[in-house]
Design a binder for this molecule. Structure first.
Ligand code: NAD
Length: 377
């Protein structure tokens, strides 16, 4: 836990609380995002750090789990104040991070600019450029091609595999996507590019529906200009709730947690749910969905594309050799497909849901590592 004094624009000094939790490094250096949010506290950061351990283990990455954050509402700070905060926070945690030790990345409330400031501050203190200290950087200073779309693309790779299990191809499938932000927009773009009919999407301003499929290329251009999907022409406008109950092959909740719960799970008609967001389906809903034969691809697997390409970025930085976007995409596909097969097989063998199978196979890999290192028996 660190104190982060920041000189504000009005000349006053304000002190913020910052955190970095390193949970487990049995598989490799710590890795996990930095969150700027007014509700960040030690227990939240610790919980998120442990989730990173499980996610990295499941995806077969040579990385441990960590998370960090500052208790601040970034929307209330000017750009100069945010830069001061980021630089001071980086200096405070500098003894604990590093390309061989712990590699932060963006999370809620932080972005590639935040990572650029972190990289610069850490490098100034080291005396040379250390591009591998953070991932999610702008491409110009060591970021990876394909990082922006990675989580959404991973959602679509997981969708392809899940559809295969129910005997469908993505090019014949209908998809509804909740959320049109970093995850949902790229999942829609990638699904549309593979020939799926994206029949519905939503954001905080409402939901759009077209049974013939929405033109996602047009919609993405529209949203880049106007920020929201509201008023997009020539489609039906439905409620956010209605989107969840559409009769589609795939529902990809890519916005908020807890949106499919005991109260509404029985109304969900999708054959496959691919969790782009973290925790969109509650435990009670899992039971209802399983009893209907709905396949739920859990968040830890479905939205792992971001951390996989973060790992690729780090590999490129420390080897000073940068890959083409095609290379990044095909390597990502390989990782997600393999992780999916591992989870599917575990679920089939042990007759459990994919969520339990994902957690169990992640823990088994960790257990093996701990035993080999003599830290468990
Ligand atoms: P984001 O802020 O870019 O996008 C969120 C989207 O959800 C926005 O379009 C917003 O309008 C929409 N939304 C908000 N409330 C809504 C509502 N009630 N109904 C429908 N849509 C609503 O965030 P993001 O980065 O896309 O993250 C979304 C989720 O995915 C979060 O749970 C996040 O933790 C998770 N996630 C993100 C990444 C990543 O790489 N960005 C990686 C793993 C997991």
């Amino acid at each position: 836990m660190v104190s982060v004094p920041v000189k504000m624009d009005d000349g006053r000094v304000k002190v913020f609380s910052g955190y970095r939790v390193q949970h487990n490094q049995m598989l490799g250096p710590f890795k996990g995002g930095i969150r700027y949010h007014h509700l960040v506290d030690l227990s939240e950061v610790a919980a998120l750090a442990s989730l990173m351990t499980f996610k990295n283990s499941l995806l077969n990455l040579p990385l441990g789990g960590a998370k960090g954050g500052v208790q601040v509402d970034p929307n209330k700070l000017s750009k100069a104040e945010l830069e001061n905060l980021t630089r001071r926070f980086t200096s405070e945690i500098a003894p604990f991070i590093g390309p061989d030790r712990d590699i932060p990345a963006p999370d809620v409330g932080t972005d590639s600019q935040t990572m650029a400031w972190m990289l610069d501050t850490y490098s100034l203190e080291s005396g040379f450029s250390q591009t591998g200290v953070v991932t999610g950087k702008p491409v110009e200073i060591g970021g990876s091609l394909g990082r922006e779309a990675a989580t959404g693309l991973g959602v679509i790779y997981a969708t392809e595999k899940a559809l295969e299990k129910i005997g469908k191809r993505i090019s014949d499938a209908t998809i509804a996507v909740q959320g049109f932000g970093k995850v949902g927009m790229y999942a829609s773009i990638e699904g549309y590019a593979k020939g799926a009919k994206v029949v519905a999407v939503s954001d905080v301003s409402g939901a759009l529906y077209d049974p013939k499929g929405i033109n996602i290329a047009e919609l993405s251009r529209y949203v880049r200009e106007r920020k929201m999907i509201k008023d997009f022409p020539e489609v039906q406008h439905i409620s956010n709730e209605e989107l969840l109950y559409l009769d589609v092959d795939v529902l990809a909740p890519c916005a908020l947690e807890g949106v499919i719960h005991a109260g509404n799970a029985k109304n969900v008609k999708a054959k496959v749910i691919v969790e782009g967001a973290n925790g969109p389906t509650t435990r009670e809903a899992d039971e209802v969905l399983a009893s209907k034969g709905c396949v739920v691809v859990p968040d830890i697997l479905a939205n792992g594309g971001g951390v996989v390409v973060s790992y690729f970025e780090w590999v490129q930085d420390i080897s000073w050799l940068f890959w083409s976007e095609d290379e990044v995409r095909s390597k990502l596909r390989e990782v997600i497909y393999k992780a999916f097969d591992k989870v599917w097989q575990f679920a089939d063998t042990h007759k459990v849901h994919m969520r339990s199978a994902a957690m169990a196979s992640s823990l088994l890999r960790l257990e093996r590592a701990m035993k080999l290192r003599g830290q468990a028996w």
